[in-house]
Each structure stands twice: as structure tokens, then as C-alpha cells.
Ligand binder design. Sequence first.
Ligand SMILES: [Zn+2]
Length: 286
Amino acid sequence: MGKIYKTLIFDGEASLSVLETTDVVNTAIKYHKLTPVCAAALGRTLTATAFMSTGLKNEGDRLSVTIKGNGAGGTIITSCDSKLNVRGRIDNPFADAPLKQNGKLDVAAIVGNEGYMTVVKSMGLKEPYVGRCDLVSGEIAEDFAAYYAYSEQQPTAIALGVLIGKDGKCVGAGGVVIQPLPGCSETNISKIENEISRFANVSGLISEIGGKGICEKYFGEYSFEEYHTEYKCNCSKKYIDGVLLTLGKEELLDTIKSVGKVEVNCEFCDKKYEYAEEDVLKLFEL
Ligand SMILES: [Zn+2]
């Protein structure tokens, strides 16, 4: 279970979120068999998405993030709901890249530094909100900061990190996000960048002391609210039914004739949906 800790800092003029998403990233690794560098790319995106989910206030609200860059991993898609459930996928989970000179995973090689990020928020009856901005570095944190600045006019300082162990499992993932609230003083705004620079190695800190440890060690004077976030897919038979209906009856029956069944795998989780001839016929009766 991932955790999100939130509080107000700097005389109540800025919001702080500390995220611990190690379990979320490990579930993604389990479903998608990610290489370490893909786990870092998707894991950072899932962590930022988990942060964004805390801004969804009403049941049924959802948002999705698409990062379409020119890197080896292809497109990354994540989504979340107001219950802080997140899920995600990457086109090429087996893509790899040599380590950077400083020994770190080269996330930008997987994501690419040219392309764009799109955020779609579906909230209630209104038309979905769509925000889009160009990628800055492909390192994810800077790209999300740029998205907030350009699309939402919300200054945002953000540190994200994913640390992968020798066995390919995630040993520490998370992030720190600080956003000034409207009316934040110049003095406090200038403190934010300095504050976030203490979390350049946030994944290492998470692996050592956890998200709660970061709150206590660096922000001990504040009291935090704690939330849970989880990698959880919301796919359903009803959704897959809808996808099959767009394919057409004849094509599905042809598939069943040649391989005995129609099998659909959810692209976000391991779930398999199987349809025999009678299921297909029933589907098109409605
Ligand atoms: Zn699924």
C-alpha cells in the first residue's frame, strides 16, 4: 500500500505532499515485467499521478496522463480516480538504456525529451478538462512541473525517484511536491526551491526511512494527514464488452473458428477476459 502525507507549510502558505509509492511500483513491475529503467520511468509517472489524484474531490472523478515522447519506451499512459487508485502502462516495457555517467537510470532515454504530455480530467457532468504541454527533459519531475506551470498556472516544485534493487524489484519510490497557495509571500515562494533541493535523492530516503520518516525528519513541526494509494485497475467485463462490440460480430466469430475463443488481456493489469462463441452471440443480441 502506497502512502501520501499532506500538510501546509510556510505559515500555511504552501501545500506539501510526501509520497511513498514503493508498493505501487512493485505492482507495476509484476504486471508489466518492466526493465529497471522502464520501472523508473513508469514509476515516476505513477507517483506524480498519485499526487494528482489527491486533487480529485468527487466520487467518479478520474484523470489520465499520456506522455508521448521520442524515447525507447514509447508512450506512457497512467490514470487514477478519487479513491487514489492508480494504474499505468508503457508501450515497450522491455526497453533498456545504459546507466548515465553518474550511475543513475537514464529515464530520459526511455521517455524521450521531445514530445508532449496530455492530462485529461473527467469531473462530473462538465466536458473533460484537457491540458497539454511539451516535454522539457523526459525526466518526468520537470515535465510535470512544466505541465502545472503552463497548463494550470500553478507553480510546483517536485522531486520524484524510483530506486531499483539488484533483483529488479523496487526498494524505494516516492516524491515530494510543494505548491504555493494563492497569496503566498515572495519570501516563502523563494524558500520552496531551496526546500525541494533537499530531496534530489528522494528514492534513497524512502528506502531508508520511508515517507513517514521524511515527514518526521524534515518537517517534524507539522502534523500530517495520511492517505493510502494503491495500484488498482478498474477494468471490467462491461468495458471489454464495449471494446468487442466495436470490432464486429463476424470478425470475432472468425477468431473463435480459428483459435477456439476470443481472449482479451487488459493492458494495465494481468486480467484475461475470454469469450466463447455463445458469449459473442449473446453480446450482439443486446
Ligand atoms: Zn485491468
